[in-house]
Design a protein around this ligand. Structure first.
Ligand code: SF4
Length: 443
């Protein structure tokens, strides 16, 4: 086999980044060299299909290889991830250089398949998922190999794949298949490998981490406690949580285990029970409020964020006002908001009562304006306070500045040399903005 140079391009969520990092790790352990796109013999593109925009971007990227392929028959392109699951057949038919397509549940077969198309560039391999319960895990013994990742000190670890919830707006169960938990020993081994390699903060990852273990007779609260006890781990987080499965036991672990950070993303999606029903979210507004109360009673300093969709089909002005009042009453630290956009193949895409796009955007603006002022108010109250900040990266603003996060997951920018990277530093907050805090190191 001659081709040994590859490049990976990820367009998508953390799940795709995580999967791509595992494939990179295995290829490097087999002697492949990671190079720039121009030099690569194989380009693996992995992407998200949750938003139509990301799909369009990947599709237009694929077209860009036409020229080099016609010129010297390279690179071979492997399209993977949920985007391949939705558009893989179409890509095989349209682009002669797309030689491999694989769904997210075939990740374990990817390294072999990439080697095969590299060795035989005329071959074509279709590994799209056909059975939503089938799963080919990519487990590997890292040995001397370092798990590839963006950040030296922080890492994600997937604990479950897929989702069984079928929220009516969401494409995930169709492209990532049914829910399946990873075996606890695989999770512990991966966490230990990362800790041995210098990772101090781990985020457990899944579409709905709170369901972890239902298929194994275990619980997420148990897993969280076990991982929090791993030697050398300083901070533990998890994402994403589904409100109906968020339990008192999980809250107890958050309150009792020092390693588990007081931060939570609990997607509300709408403040209106009527809209939540249309979304097939299995909780009411009141039940969501109860979960927040339960959490804040035991973890009073928790940093709480949420995801919220505005302009869902049939959302009335009253429903929207209920989302606004939920923000006023709960006072989230941050809201990841989005105007509803149709995803072909989901029940919501054909529901009656679709709102004009302008109205969706107008509501989104009103909601963001409200939340920005709440976030700023909350952040201003932090001025003068001291936090233990994990300095995990250089700040984007440049030389001499680092960025880190408080236990509550607030971003703090502060002046400091690179010798502080990977360290926990005491920082006093000097100035607050809606998107980040500024501070000075006091210790
Ligand atoms: S819980 Fe709902 S929104 Fe989240 S991945 Fe599953 S179907 Fe999608």
């Amino acid at each position: 086999m001659s081709a040994k140079r590859f490049c990976v391009k990820v367009y998508g969520c953390q799940m795709n980044v995580y999967d791509a990092d595992r494939v990179r790790t295995v290829l490097c352990s087999r002697g492949w060299q990671e190079v720039s796109e121009d030099e690569a013999d194989v380009v693996m593109i992995t992407g998200c299909s949750v938003r139509a925009k990301a799909e369009q971007k990947v599709w237009s990227e694929l077209g860009l290889y036409e020229h080099s392929w016609q010129k010297d028959q390279r690179p071979v392109v492997a399209l993977t991830g949920c985007i391949a699951q939705r558009l893989g057949e179409k890509a095989l038919a349209r682009f002669p250089y797309v030689r491999l397509v694989a769904g997210p549940r075939h990740i374990g077969l990817l390294p072999d398949a990439i080697e095969q198309v590299a060795a035989h560039p005329k071959s074509r391999i279709n590994l799209l998922d056909t059975d939503p319960r089938e799963f080919h895990a990519l487990d590997f013994d890292a040995g001397d190999v370092t798990i590839k990742r963006e950040n030296r000190y922080k890492a994600y670890v997937t604990i479950a794949h897929g989702c069984d919830n079928f929220c009516t707006y969401c494409i995930v169960p169709y492209v990532r298949g049914r829910f399946i938990s990873r075996k606890p020993d695989d999770i512990f081994d991966e966490c230990r490998m990362l800790i041995d390699d210098g990772v101090k903060e781990i985020t457990l990852l899944g579409q709905n981490v709170n369901s972890y273990g239902k298929d194994l007779g275990l619980s997420f609260a148990w897993l969280l406690r076990e991982v929090s006890h791993l030697d050398g781990l300083k901070r533990l987080r998890f994402v994403t949580s589904l409100p109906q499965d968020f339990t008192q036991e999980i809250v107890d672990v958050m309150a009792e285990e020092e390693t588990v950070c007081p931060s939570l993303n609990l997607p509300v999606q709408s403040g209106s029970t009527r809209v939540l029903r249309l979304m097939n979210r299995k909780y009411t507004r009141e039940e969501y409020f109860d979960k927040v109360r339960m959490l804040r009673e035991r973890v009073p300093d928790v940093g709480l964020t949420t995801d919220l969709i505005v302009g869902f089909p049939g959302e009335t002005e009253e429903d929207f006002e209920e989302s606004m009042s939920a923000l006023r009453e709960i006072r989230f630290d941050l809201v990841h908001s989005a105007a509803y956009s149709e995803r072909e193949g989901t029940p919501a895409a054909t529901m009656e009562g679709a709102l004009p796009v302008e109205l969706r955007l107008e509501r989104l603006n009103r909601l963001n304006e409200l939340q920005d002022s709440i976030t700023l108010e909350i952040n201003r109250q932090l001025e003068g306070q001291v936090f233990e900040v994990f300095a995990d990266d250089a700040a984007p603003r440049g030389n001499g500045f680092l960025q880190g996060r408080t236990p509550q997951d607030k971003v703090v920018i502060f002046e400091g040399g690179r010798q502080l990277l990977g360290k926990f530093v005491k920082v006093r907050i000097t100035r607050a903005e809606a998107w980040c805090l500024h501070g000075e190191v006091i210790e």
